[in-house]
Design a protein around this ligand. Structure first.
Ligand code: BGC
Ligand code: NOJ
Length: 811
């Protein structure tokens, strides 16, 4: 069952009922200022950092889950309704929500009044615009009252929900004309405030939530709205909010529009005050001025649309498969941008306070984003690198505002270092910009202790070489990619963090996944050394990689598949000898991606085992059999109920590793079949089961052992976005950036006859037409560029600004 449809022409998902199986959200904002918005106008805003600069409040695990947001109340006689249905939930005569790229438009109607609410964040603007249009579609004159509502968060979203003995006494605002300014803590140490404005004369306001709401009412029945009169409250502690009252008269057919701006301002310390105790409002008024007319809003909206138009033109497929096309051309790159911006910080499952930017997460997000805005990828790589330690280890997470490593979680996740090499290689292949390797960046954020990026990458590589266990495989540390395989944790008390309790430097537990990564990613560094003329380093590194390949074959293969790990007691994990968790997905994916066992059939066997044991209708589960009991030698994965998350859930992130691995052995039919299984557009028809948004990937789909098999969770912020983009665009459709050009190496279902990819690469446009006359799955018979045959299948780097026709014949 569906709850809407894709409008590919407008690049929107159109939701036709407010009662989706879970709030279906969208992201606003591109660079510094962000908002999350649900299909009922719920959500919140923040500046740069969802924890440290939270502007508006949102309560996770609320009842119902999505209460609080950008609310507008329309009081028309005795009826009060909201354009987004919530919070009053008055039945609407009409409702539609269009989530587009960086904007959401909700239109609805009730009793002869129609409303359209357009929410977006203009490019390079630290504020959210809500353009609200009301129209009288009835025959009579309407006298309605409009109330807006935002609830301020006291900046640090974590303190905001913990420290009430302080918080209830600190809230402060100023109200002037039609603007409500939130200035809590501005008096002492903060140089920033927020504001909520409207471009109309107001008939009242509230800034104290308790006065607006009434002590015993909820969002669905604010006392001021029911009474039809704001109380003009000026917040003094308790819960500050911002609400405008505007009395609107609409003649039949008349339409009026209002521009609300929720903005963020930073003021230089010496200019903080206009007069004693009165904040300097100039910067806010300038921002408000930029959006005081409908024309200004419309222009900014068009600019946003052309920004996306340009980004999406960088990789476009024309293919006789509507669902694949809409994912590749619209939604997958869009989600890649969002994961790049947010890492794992703020979604409807990530509270924004727990995790900032992840070292491994952000490094992988780059893989799907780098072609969009390479300059931002470059900056991110250097930021990530500066949270690395001299010995190659690294902070697992850092805060976007401070760009400093997070001490609560620390380091010791031994896969982290290698992802930096993968991200950097992807950046250089996309841009040809080797100069990034010479950039000096700090270790541990210490500007006095720096090394070039190439030195950082060397440290990453050596961190693996210098931290091997008894079998010569890499030590796992606190965990590798699987944050819940905590082999050195051994926790038996509730409340201990699986990730940080126990010995991070355990010298026994080893990871076959990290070994696979080393063999797959290490050669990138070898190539970078070679190009820098560092031949002996290249040779040494190559020898290390070769050694690791042999070690995996010797100690990391279990007959039918790759082992997953050895635990702290030297026991095998992910082996046929185990009773539960006999086989894991991750090492099958990465070892085959590394090419290990491809020539002697072991890779093929491993992938067949994945198919036979791990796959189900909804994708590939992370391991089998699921853990039925808790194993303290394994950690968090065995703490989840069977079928969920890292205990045999379909962890979508590494399904594309198997897709890519399948293309390594030439099975395009299999690769695409796996692509379809977890692809949200393909799952749209089962939205009632899937529950999450049908336009973006979720981190997890409940696996075959779960009570709710097929139900997704944790949508939006997941490495699944980047990896699926890599799988479909590079491995299946086969257009892959290399240091010296664009490789064309499709691995597709045999039934596909042809498709076309337009790829902008180093600013030249390649129109690549692939035909498959013999119905093969892999193999390129000939390539011509502008009619001339080329040797091999790597398209040369062509002049920026020029356009070229490429004909590829498979066979
Ligand atoms: C989750 C993991 C996540 C980790 C982060 C665990 O509870 O299951 O997916 O990576 O927390 O700390
Ligand atoms: C989510 C985390 O963000 C990611 O870093 C980790 O690899 C996966 N969970 C798997 O545990």
């Amino acid at each position: 069952m569906k709850f809407g449809y894709f409008d590919d022409q407008n690049r929107e998902y159109v939701i036709q009922t407010p009662q989706t199986p879970f709030p279906w959200i969208n992201y606003l904002g591109n660079k510094d200022f962000f908002g999350l918005i649900s299909n009922t106008a719920g959500g919140y805003n923040f500046y740069k950092d969802a924890r440290l600069r939270r502007l508006t409040r949102f309560r996770y695990n609320n009842v119902p889950v999505d209460d609080g947001g950008r609310y507008y109340y329309i009081k028309d006689g005795n009826t009060v309704w909201n354009p987004g249905y919530k919070p009053c939930k008055t039945e609407l005569d009409d409702y539609e929500c269009r989530h587009g790229l960086g904007y959401t438009r909700i239109t609805s109607a009730k009793n002869g009044v129609s409303a359209s609410l357009l929410a977006f964040i203009p490019l390079d603007y630290n504020g959210e615009i809500n353009h609200l249009t009301l129209k009288n579609t009835s025959m009579e004159t309407k006298h309605i009252q409009l109330f807006s509502l935002r609830e301020w968060c006291l900046w640090d979203a974590s303190d905001d929900m913990l420290n009430f003995q302080r918080n209830f006494s600190t809230g402060q605002v100023e109200v002037k004309d039609s603007v409500i300014y939130h200035k809590t803590e501005y008096r002492e140490r903060r140089n920033h405030y927020a504001f909520f404005s409207v471009n109309a004369k107001i008939d009242g306001f509230d800034s104290q939530l308790e006065d607006f709401m009434g002590m015993y009412n909820g969002f669905d029945a604010p006392q001021a709205v029911l009474a039809g009169q704001a109380t003009n409250s000026v917040a003094d502690g308790w819960q500050p909010c911002a609400s405008h009252q505007i009395n609107v008269t609409l003649l039949p057919d008349e339409e009026k529009s209002f521009i609300f701006v929720l903005g963020y301002v930073e003021v230089p310390v010496e200019d903080k005050w206009e007069s004693p105790h009165v904040i300097n409002k100039k910067p806010a008024l300038q921002m408000i001025d930029q959006f005081s007319t409908d024309g200004q809003v419309e222009r900014a909206f068009v600019t946003l649309a052309s920004y996306w138009e340009r980004l999406l033109r960088l990789y476009r497929v024309e293919i006789d498969d509507e669902k694949t096309a809409r994912m590749v051309n619209i939604w997958n790159p869009y989600q890649c941008m969002v994961t790049f911006n947010m890492s794992r910080s703020a979604s409807y499952f990530e509270s924004g306070v727990g995790r900032g930017l992840g070292f491994r997460d952000s490094s992988q997000d780059l893989l799907g984003f780098v072609h969009q805005i390479p300059e931002r990828a470059r900056e991110r790589i250097l930021d990530i690198a500066s949270t690395q330690f001299r010995d190659g280890g690294c902070y697992h997470q850092y805060q976007p505002l401070t760009k400093k490593g997070n001490n609560d979680i620390g380091g010791g996740f031994n896969d982290d270092p290698l992802w930096l090499i993968a991200g950097t290689a992807a950046y250089i292949k996309e841009t040809g910009d080797f100069s990034i390797l010479n950039e000096k960046t700090p270790y541990d954020s210490n500007p006095k202790d720096t090394g070039t990026l190439l030195e950082h990458l060397t440290a990453s590589f050596n961190h693996v070489v210098e931290n091997k266990g008894p079998h010569g495989l890499p030590l796992i540390g606190r965990a590798d990619w699987n944050d819940c395989l905590n082999l050195n944790c051994h926790s038996t008390e509730p409340g201990q963090s699986f990730q940080t309790y126990g010995t991070a430097d355990g010298r026994v537990a080893e990871s076959v996944l990290i070994a696979g990564m080393f063999v797959a990613i290490g050669p990138e560094l070898v190539e970078l050394y070679r190009r820098k003329g560092l031949d002996s380093k290249a040779r040494e590194a190559r020898e290390e990689i070769e050694k690791m390949r042999k070690t995996v074959l010797e100690h990391g293969y279990d007959g039918e598949w790759f082992l997953r790990a050895y635990d702290a007691f030297g026991e095998k994990i992910g082996s046929k000898e185990c009773e539960e968790g006999k086989i894991f997905i991750e090492s099958q994916g990465y070892c085959v991606m590394a090419g290990i066992g491809v020539e002697d059939g072991r890779a093929l066997k491993a992938l067949n085992s994945v198919r036979d044991i791990l796959e189900c209708d909804h994708g590939i589960v992370i391991q089998q059999p699921a853990y039925q009991t808790y194993h303290s030698n394994l950690g968090e994965c065995s703490s989840y109920p069977p079928g969920y998350k890292e205990n045999a859930g379909i962890f979508c992130h590494n399904n594309p590793w198997i897709m890519i691995a399948e293309t390594k052995i030439g099975r395009g039919d299999r690769a695409f079949d796996l692509y379809r299984k977890i692809c949200p557009a393909y799952r749209e028809d089962i939205s009632d089961l899937h529950r999450m948004e049908p336009y973006v990937y979720s981190q997890m789909i409940a696996g075959k052992d779960a009570g709710r098999m097929g139900e997704a969770k944790n949508s939006w912020l997941t490495g699944t976005a980047a990896w699926n983009f890599v799988a479909i665009s590079q491995a299946i459709l086969g257009i892959k950036p290399e240091y010296d050009g664009l490789r064309v190496d499709p691995c597709i279902p045999s039934l596909w006859g042809e498709y076309k990819v337009t790829r902008v690469f180093r600013e030249a446009i390649y129109e690549i037409h692939v035909t498959n006359p013999d119905n093969v799955q892999k193999g390129v018979r000939s390539v011509t560029v502008d009619g001339k045959p080329i040797e091999g299948n790597v398209l040369p780097v062509l002049e920026a600004g020029t356009k070229h026709i490429v004909e590829v014949i498979m066979g």
